[in-house]
Design a protein around this ligand. Structure first.
Ligand SMILES: Cc1cc2nc3c(=O)[nH]c(=O)nc-3n(C[C@H](O)[C@H](O)[C@H](O)COP(=O)(O)O)c2cc1C
Length: 207
């Protein structure tokens, strides 16, 4: 059978102006996706903050390192730089509305987490609270940062991981059905993982 190669459209990323818009290429969102998480942090006065982030990934196994990109003017990065700790909370898609509310809530407010409709619970290793409604959490200590213009990449060492009991019991399918993990795809558009399936590598057309 003859291989079909799709026509490619090239977007040259030339200078800072264009890089400013990345991952938007003209009106197209480049299809490299990031999982939606809620990052909690506290300032020096221990006032908690919550904000969604999606430029996030695991970067190393030993030690366990996670990292995410954040605007330098956001409370999240300011808090983490001053206290050296944060929590990555993993929400399910049913929290979409509250995640949006968390992105809009600005300023220091000791009840910010409650006001967006979420519940802070104590962490095990650090002062920053976890979010009860989230299904998994990584308690982290700040390890390293790298600044690019108005953005800062924050790397954290994972001190403790917690996962809902329901998310570790049952079959793989049942676990992912419970987790309902979300990815940010486009302006206001999310992908939701509702099922987990083994891909038949010899028959990819079965997808
Ligand atoms: C789904 C979603 C994903 C987001 N991802 C990021 C991100 O990866 N990095 C970032 O700097 N801001 C991101 N934002 C925007 C911040 O959440 C938003 O600007 C927020 O007000 C920052 O809050 P803070 O000042 O409390 O940190 C995202 C917003 C949404 C709704």
């Amino acid at each position: 059978m003859k291989k079909q190669i799709q026509e490619k459209i090239d977007f040259e990323i030339r200078g800072l102006n264009e890089i400013d818009t990345f991952p938007m290429l003209d009106n197209i969102h480049f299809p490299l996706i990031g999982q939606v998480v809620l990052v909690t942090s506290v300032n020096r006065e221990k006032i908690p903050n919550v904000a969604p982030k999606s430029w996030i990934s695991i970067f190393a196994r030993k030690p366990a390192i996670v990292g995410f990109g954040c605007n330098v003017n956001h409370d999240t990065s300011k808090n983490i730089l001053s206290t050296g700790e944060f929590v990555i909370n993993i929400p399910g898609a049913e929290l979409a509305k509250k995640i949006w509310r968390a992105s809009e809530s600005k300023g220091q407010d000791s009840k910010e987490i409650e006001k967006v409709g979420l519940t802070p619970i104590k962490s095990v290793k650090i002062t920053t609270p976890r979010i009860a409604e989230c299904k998994a959490h990584l308690e982290c200590s700040l390890d390293w940062t790298k600044k690019y213009g108005d953005e800062i990449i924050i790397f954290g060492k994972v001190l403790l991981a917690s996962i809902d009991k329901k998310a570790v019991e049952g079959t793989l399918e049942e676990r992912y059905k419970y987790l309902k993990l979300m990815a940010y795809l486009d302006e206001g558009v999310y992908g939701v993982i509702k099922t987990a399936q083994k891909i038949d590598q010899d028959n990819p057309t079965s997808l």
